[in-house]
Design a protein around this ligand. Structure first.
Ligand SMILES: NC(=O)c1ccc[n+]([C@@H]2O[C@H](COP(=O)([O-])OP(=O)(O)OC[C@H]3O[C@@H](n4cnc5c(N)ncnc54)[C@H](OP(=O)(O)O)[C@@H]3O)[C@@H](O)[C@H]2O)c1
Length: 257
């Protein structure tokens, strides 16, 4: 049995991955969708044409993935694709964001992603794919988004190294690094502070970002960056010393007040 596993499938880009992959891939027997919000995950399942199973999991708990891993071991399917999409970010200065929210970003964005990837690799064969949602925030540190950007730097670094390790097995890892995308992400992100207004000017459409990410993964690309602005930003973050970008963001933060 060939399956695709997608986390964060209850909302935004995770749901979009499920719907687009369902249309694009023709040899999949089942989709295993993972999400925290049972009602929203059920809505995604309703729209799927291929057989779909939902797994409710809150990644703040280390036991959240136990039922899914148990099913992997019982059924022994071939995991053709793993999409690690669950994630969230809190805008605001580190010491003003609650201890739990700061640590939760690490649990959801890094620990759960690493844990599920480790559990899935034994079930992957030649020509399988892993798609990890990083962010353009992975390209440089950002005051006012410190923990989130650090978690996404982890995802990018981890994905690139893992890709190197798995290449000879024919398993290809793609890190997706979008700039701002029009999803419910920002409704949750602005509990402690507001996103810079200029970021909202570059808001991309989730359908286009996900479509490019799927195409890039099929083409075995290492990194998927949607749009000219974000591609230019990536180059900028490589050539401009990060301390200057940090100073600039600090200045903008003061002007915002
Ligand atoms: N939108 C952007 O601007 C943007 C830009 C770059 C990268 N990203 C990344 O893209 C990914 C998808 O985000 P999105 O934009 O689609 O945002 P979204 O609509 O808010 O979706 C985030 C998903 O992550 C799940 N999630 C959050 N906390 C969780 C937890 N504790 N346990 C299990 N699942 C949890 C959410 O489930 P619930 O609905 O149950 O909370 C939801 O399904 C994230 O990794 C995000 O960091 C987003």
């Amino acid at each position: 049995m060939r399956i695709v596993i997608i986390t964060g499938a209850s909302s935004g880009m995770g749901r979009e991955f499920a719907l687009q992959l369902d249309k694009k891939l023709h040899s999949i027997d089942e989709y295993w969708l993972v999400g925290r919000n049972e009602e929203e995950l059920a809505k995604t399942k309703k729209k799927m044409h291929t057989k779909t199973r939902n797994f409710i999991a809150d990644f703040n708990s280390r036991k959240a993935l136990f039922p899914l891993v148990q099913e992997l071991n019982n059924i022994q399917p071939e995991v053709k694709m793993l999409v690690n999409c669950a994630g969230f970010g809190m805008v605001g200065y580190f010491d003003r964001i609650s201890y739990n929210d700061n640590l939760s970003m690490i649990d959801v964005n890094c620990r759960a992603l690493t844990s599920l990837t480790h559990d899935c690799i034994p079930f992957m064969a030649v020509n399988s794919r892993i798609i990890n949602l990083a962010s353009a925030g992975a390209f440089n540190p950002q005051p006012g988004f410190a923990v989130y950007c650090a978690t996404k730097s982890y995802v990018l670094s981890f994905s690139r190294a893992l890709r190197g390790e798995l290449k000879d097995l024919g398993i290809y890892v793609t890190a997706v690094c979008p700039g701002p995308v029009n999803t419910p992400f920002f409704n949750k992100a602005e509990r402690y502070g507001n996103v810079y207004a200029f970021k909202k000017l570059f808001m991309a459409d989730q359908k286009a970002v996900v479509s490019k990410a799927i195409d890039d993964s099929i083409r075995c690309k290492e990194i998927s960056v949607y749009g000219r602005t974000m591609r230019a930003y990536r180059v900028l973050a490589k050539v401009v010393p990060h301390r200057f970008i940090i100073e600039l963001l600090n200045l903008m933060h003061k002007l915002k007040k």
